[in-house]
Design a protein around this ligand. Structure first.
Ligand SMILES: NC(=O)CC[C@H](N)C(=O)O
Length: 437
């Protein structure tokens, strides 16, 4: 029995060869930061140099989903997990039907500018894998650097904040670091305009409830999460004025997206009118949540290093649908900006979630007495790489849309006082939002 198991383990482990890139064939590469530090390693993926904003993610899995997330546009993504690439990259095409939206990953291509890993796995093993991380990066024209101390880079970024960077590859790697004024800052551009659909399109047109999605750079799993729950989805360009067609829809959804949310002020102004004149359900994620907040009169600010990873704990301050006040949910996040916690909150709005690590606003909602049904969350309930603690928020949203369509009244949970439900969890919560009624 023991011998049989040992043979089996030996056979399985052969499939999991995850040795580092054999560096002899790869080019030299250097990651320069605008703050003056440089990290030398070896190149993988596309043999070219790029500029970007250097950020770190604490995700342990799902490098494929992170790298195809349009919200990473313009960013050099540092993985804190040392070994990246060991399960390869899957074929990225699916049908477009009532279950799927055309891609397996979060979009058709790699969206980040470059990746930084301590130890890239050249050999990969997974039943869905068709190529290595390195060949996928090369095909997408995206460079990577390996053999660098990602822990040192992360500690720097954590202390000094997200920093502009340059990944110099090949001959460029032997040049002196760039001058500070040479660094390209992607946030000066409207990145949303680069990734949003240019023309409206439909998914699952036979769905029983019609949802319009404002596309700021929507992750595929957001669209899939709506379609799989039976919604007919119309995806609209980010700056499309939904007010022109709102009577045809049962609900509005606002997606995630890259860059500075202040570039999306035109969408926030359109939404302000929607909020004043339309009472059907609205749900927003990440950039969508920030746009809802700006429409409500809140301010979006830039955080020091943002939150990126699949292990961000958030505390619910109010109950709504499947979400219970006082509970902590583990969430996936990728953001650099957040809504400012102001006291008082704009009339008709309340904080919904707060981050347990840094007390930043993680969600807002319309109050029970506002006559509105609007929710925004900074995290990703749909996260394709998990965790799925808050996935039922999609079910809640569509239940409200269906109920509104049928003139039903979905019973509302009374907002609860989080301090009474779980006092030990709110000690970090600023005093002014401890009572979320
Ligand atoms: N994932 C997102 O939608 C991020 C929103 C915004 N670009 C930010 O960095 O905060």
């Amino acid at each position: 029995m023991l011998a049989r198991n040992l043979t089996r383990i030996a056979r399985l482990s052969r499939g999991f060869a995850t040795h580092a890139l054999s560096t002899s064939a790869s080019l030299p590469a250097v990651l320069h930061l605008k703050t003056g530090q440089s990290f030398a390693g070896r190149s993988f993926g596309a043999p070219k140099s790029i500029w970007g904003e250097t950020v770190f993610s604490t995700s342990i899995t799902s490098y494929t989903e992170s790298m195809t997330d349009p919200s990473y546009r313009g960013q050099i993504l540092v993985f804190t997990t040392p070994l990246i690439g060991n399960y390869g990259v899957p074929h990225n095409k699916t049908p477009v039907d009532d279950k799927d939206v055309g891609v397996v990953l979060e979009s058709e291509r790699i969206q980040c500018s470059a990746v930084v890993v301590a130890d890239v796995a050249e050999k990969f093993s997974h039943y869905t894998a068709v190529e290595s991380l390195s060949s996928w990066c090369a095909r997408n024209g995206v460079p990577g650097i390996t053999g660098v101390d990602t822990r040192a880079i992360t500690r720097l970024l954590r202390d000094q904040g997200t920093t502009l960077g340059r990944l110099a590859v090949g001959a460029d790697a032997s040049f002196a670091p760039p001058r500070t004024e040479e660094y390209w800052d992607p946030t000066t551009e409207n990145l949303v305009d680069q990734v949003s659909t240019k023309t409206p399109y439909e998914l699952n047109p036979k769905g029983d409830v019609k949802i319009a999605v404002l596309d700021f750079g929507a992750k595929a799993n957001i669209l899939r999460s709506l379609v799989r729950r039976g919604a007919a989805v119309t995806v609209l360009p980010w700056n499309f004025d939904f007010n022109k067609i709102r009577d045809q829809y049962d609900g509005l959804f606002l997606s995630n997206g890259p860059g500075d949310p202040n570039h999306c002020m035109p969408a926030a102004l359109n939404l302000r009118r929607t909020l004043q004149e339309w009472d059907k359900p609205i749900f927003g994620i990440c950039m969508g949540h920030q746009v809802i907040g700006m429409a409500a009169g809140l301010e979006a600010y830039r955080m020091t290093f943002g939150n990126r990873g699949h292990n961000q704990p958030v505390l619910a301050l109010a109950s709504s649908g499947s979400i219970k006040a006082g509970r902590v949910y583990v969430t996936s996040q990728n953001h650099q900006y957040a809504l400012k916690l102001q006291d008082p909150f704009p009339a008709g709005w309340e904080p919904f979630f707060i981050n347990c690590n840094d007390s930043s606003v993680e969600g807002i909602k319309s109050t029970a007495d506002s006559g509105k049904k609007v929710w925004g969350v900074q995290f990703h309930p749909e996260s394709a790489g998990g965790p799925l603690d808050t996935i039922e928020m999609f079910t809640d949203f569509l239940a409200e849309c269906r109920a509104h369509k049928l003139h039903l009244n979905v019973p509302r949970h009374q907002p609860m006082d989080a301090a009474k439900v779980a006092p030990e969890l709110v000690h970090k919560t600023p005093q002014r939002v401890a009572v979320a009624a």
